[in-house]
Design a binder for this molecule. Structure first.
Ligand SMILES: NC(=O)c1ccc[n+]([C@@H]2O[C@H](COP(=O)([O-])OP(=O)(O)OC[C@H]3O[C@@H](n4cnc5c(N)ncnc54)[C@H](OP(=O)(O)O)[C@@H]3O)[C@@H](O)[C@H]2O)c1
Length: 332
């Protein structure tokens, strides 16, 4: 059973629309839930990983046929830091390909009006010019340490594009920069740099340590976006009128891709200093030069999103203060 997508009806999302958020308990998924509850959305459906394993094609198709969501946010994925990516490459490519393939195909089969697929800025070439434009996709070699994950995400972009071109679906791939916020992962083996530094600084303060050690030279530049801003941008895009949404997905020569970021970056050293101030750690920050720095700079060009009228609202220090409060609340 395949529902037709070729209707003239406006497809922007409204408060009564039936919306499925895949991965609703994760960093991004939980931010989407908070944002949509705050905006008054009345018909949001979710399933936990245990209730619906999105790598199981049969279960996914049955769920879509039973529930028939109109709008879909794919915030479910296998995500992790450098250590996890280099230790479990097979799981990263298989699970991410399976999750996105099942959900994008099931969405087409059941006539979903619009779909947002979440990728990540690691899709861009390791040494591409900065800030990174959507047009730089597939213009050079990828960062090897997370290439299986990046290639899965690139395949997801191509799948959205192919279904839009062949079946007239309205699927858009969004590429967020590094995110942080409530429900982040603080496990030091798998965490991203920002939550890892918050935990390390907090524990060093509690122990009364004289110093903490930060990986690398501290000079790499990174961009960080608060997860609730990210969710706000996703809902903003899903609510765009057809007139504004169509140019994002209708061009046969440009993939249906848009970056989401705040357009500002900082060095890892500067980030460590902000976290030290927020946590109230008075010891010294030592750089471990024997550890890898990763790419020198990762900053997204967000002109496309800003031109549509969206800007990030949360400054980094304010965001880290809110996150540290949440960290303390979950540590007691
Ligand atoms: N975090 C970032 O800095 C960042 C930056 C850019 C882009 N993104 C993108 O944002 C998306 C979400 O990332 P995140 O940071 O929110 O990750 P996350 O916190 O790890 O959340 C992922 C969610 O997906 C669920 N999930 C994983 N495998 C599943 C499966 N087979 N079936 C059903 N549910 C499954 C997980 O449930 P369980 O925990 O129960 O397994 C979890 O709730 C990803 O596509 C990622 O590429 C994240």
């Amino acid at each position: 059973m395949v529902m037709s997508h070729m209707t003239t009806m406006n497809k922007e999302m409204t408060l009564t629309s039936k919306v499925y958020i895949a991965g609703h308990r994760g960093l991004v998924g939980s931010a989407l839930i908070r944002c949509m509850q705050a905006d008054g959305y009345m018909n949001v459906i979710t399933r936990t990983h245990t209730e619906l394993d999105l790598t199981n094609q049969k279960a996914v198709f049955e769920f879509f046929e039973k529930e028939g969501p109109e709008y879909v946010f794919i915030a479910a994925a296998k995500v992790g830091g450098i250590h996890a990516n280099s230790t479990y490459p097979a799981e990263f490519i298989y699970e991410n390909l399976a999750i996105q393939t099942n959900v994008i195909h099931a969405s087409w089969r059941t006539g979903v009006k619009r779909l947002l697929f979440l990728g990540s800025s690691c899709i861009y070439p390791r040494d591409c010019p900065q800030p990174m434009k959507e047009a730089y996709l597939l213009s050079g070699p990828l960062e090897p340490s997370n290439r299986p994950y990046a290639i899965a995400k690139i395949a997801g972009i191509e799948m959205c594009w192919s279904y839009n071109r062949q079946y007239g679906t309205q699927s858009l791939a969004v590429m967020p920069t590094n995110l942080y916020g409530p429900n982040d992962n603080y496990d030091l083996q798998n965490a991203h740099v920002l939550p890892a530094l918050i935990r390390k600084m907090h524990e060093a303060k509690v122990r009364g340590d004289k110093e903490i050690v930060v990986w690398g030279t501290g000079t790499p530049r990174r961009e960080f976006l608060y997860s609730d801003d990210m969710a706000d941008a996703c809902v903003f895009l899903m609510c765009l009128s057809d007139k504004k949404f169509a140019p994002l997905i209708a061009d046969d020569s440009v993939p249906p891709l848009i970056n989401i970021g705040c357009g500002k970056d900082m060095t890892i050293r500067e980030l460590a200093e902000v976290i030290r101030a927020v946590v109230g750690f008075h010891g010294e920050i030592k750089m471990d030069l024997s550890k890898p720095d990763g790419t020198p700079q990762k900053l997204l060009n967000v002109d496309r999103l800003n031109t549509l009228g969206w800007q990030a609202a949360t400054e980094i220090k304010q965001g880290i203060m809110m996150v540290y409060e949440g960290f303390l609340a979950q540590s007691v």
